[in-house]
Design a protein around this ligand. Structure first.
Ligand SMILES: NC(=O)c1ccc[n+]([C@@H]2O[C@H](COP(=O)([O-])OP(=O)(O)OC[C@H]3O[C@@H](n4cnc5c(N)ncnc54)[C@H](OP(=O)(O)O)[C@@H]3O)[C@@H](O)[C@H]2O)c1
Length: 387
């Protein structure tokens, strides 16, 4: 189902059940669904010229760590007064990522003080700015500069310094999912091996948000991808979806361990880079297929299993085993605003050129269902809360 239709359905749903803030925002988005204005891309400046009435919000809050379905509650919250350096934001859309789930469960590397609002990324529109705010103005779209902001809410007052502007001429879903997965894919394809057109990269969890961004950014650079997914009943459909994004080869975890892999490597060079979002056996198999001297970057551990490096991969191939965390990259570049902005500019150019799209999304404001879906295997859809 395409986004405009999703949003249309959502307007109907929220029109009945949602709060006034949600209703205003989603209706604003759907009002732009005429044929020539079909994808929530236009600036919202005029629509939000008056922010005086926004003094409270509805937020998905958790007071204890635990099962997200149990501990996350929709609550109303007063917003603090705007001070000179802060910004009043109406959130528009925020995805549910694995790290958000881990944060609620209390197992992530960053844990905000409780009670906390869930969500680490998303896109909002600036309604009002304090008198000393210099980098943002009303109508700008913003995303969090880093993790820990609490984005599952209809509105917020944030410090200027924790926000980054993004262009408002890209699709809403692309903006909502821009700050984590595409940035992770971009950095991993840029910072570990000097990849040239014709080189290849192997990755597991290839249908994940990160995986889909890797496929598209690599394709835009002329780099082949060998994409490993778990077997499933709709494997053919998934394969076609990933190929439509630019995936050269889509294979299952099982076939990764079969001798037929040799045939594949007659068509494409052995990968210089392996991207591991799973761990366990899957990561070990990626390592077996790496070129001598190649690098495996671990960025996720969806299988919750340690990474085992075969001794032969170290001795005979001298592979490099590295890790990457986009939050750390953003911290390391906090003083260099150009670094993040420069990457976002390049990603947004790809989006406008049709070379980078948001992952397949299911949008809703039914948080219990969205959280439940976000933890289901084989769904291949990012759950996005649209406020
Ligand atoms: N280090 C960083 O900076 C960074 C940045 C972004 C994301 N991440 C991490 O990257 C991973 C993917 O994030 P995402 O947002 O792209 O995920 P996502 O879109 O929610 O997709 C989840 C992926 O994990 C796979 N998966 C789930 N359980 C699995 C298991 N037991 N074994 C193998 N695969 C499994 C799913 O495959 P199926 O379709 O087969 O279920 C799907 O491909 C997460 O671990 C996340 O925390 C890290």
């Amino acid at each position: 189902m395409d986004l405009p239709r999703h949003v249309g359905l959502l307007v109907k749903r929220i029109g009945v059940t949602g709060g006034a803030l949600c209703r205003t925002l989603v209706t604003a988005c759907s009002a732009r669904r005429s044929p020539e204005r079909s994808s929530c891309r236009r600036p919202l400046t005029a629509r939000y010229s008056s922010a005086a009435s926004v003094s409270a919000c509805r937020a998905l809050l958790y007071r204890n760590h635990g099962d997200p379905a149990q501990v996350v509650q929709l609550e109303s919250m007063e917003l603090p007064a705007l001070d000179e350096k802060s910004v009043l934001v109406k959130m528009m859309a925020a995805p549910i990522n694995p790290s958000d789930i881990n944060m609620v469960q209390g197992t992530y590397a960053i844990l905000p003080d409780l009670p906390a609002v869930g969500g680490n990324e998303g896109v909002g529109v600036v309604l009002e700015v304090g008198s000393q705010v210099t980098t943002l103005r009303a109508g700008d779209w913003i995303i969090p500069r880093n993790a820990g902001l609490g984005t599952w809410r209809t509105a917020a007052v944030f410090g200027e310094e924790v926000l980054t502007p993004v262009p408002n001429d890209i699709p809403l879903m692309a903006a909502a999912t821009l700050g984590v997965n595409p940035c992770t894919a971009f950095r991993m394809l840029s910072d570990f091996e000097a990849l040239k057109p014709g080189d290849s990269v192997i990755q597991n969890a290839a249908n994940s948000g990160v995986g889909q961004a890797v496929i598209q950014i690599a394709a835009a650079r002329g780099v082949h991808t060998i994409n490993v997914v778990r077997d499933r009943p709709d494997l053919q459909q998934l394969t076609e979806n990933l190929q439509a994004l630019g995936a050269g080869h889509v294979i299952t975890e099982e076939s990764l361990r079969k001798p037929q892999m040799k045939e594949l490597f007659r068509k494409v060079p052995r990968p210089k880079l392996a991207l591991n979002g799973v761990g366990g056996k899957s990561a070990t198999e990626l390592l077996r297929h790496l070129q001598a001297g190649g690098t495996m970057v671990t960025y996720g551990g969806m299988a919750k299993q340690p990474v085992t490096v075969p001794v032969s991969a170290l001795i005979f191939k001298d592979v490099k085993v590295r890790g990457f965390w986009v939050s750390q990259w953003k911290r390391d570049h906090a003083q260099d605003r150009g670094a993040l902005q420069g990457m976002l500019v390049q990603l947004c150019d790809l989006i406008r050129d049709g070379k980078l799209t948001a992952p397949a999304c299911t949008v809703m404001w039914d948080h219990a269902r969205a959280l439940g879906n976000a933890m289901k295997p084989f769904l291949s859809r990012k759950q996005v809360l649209v406020m």
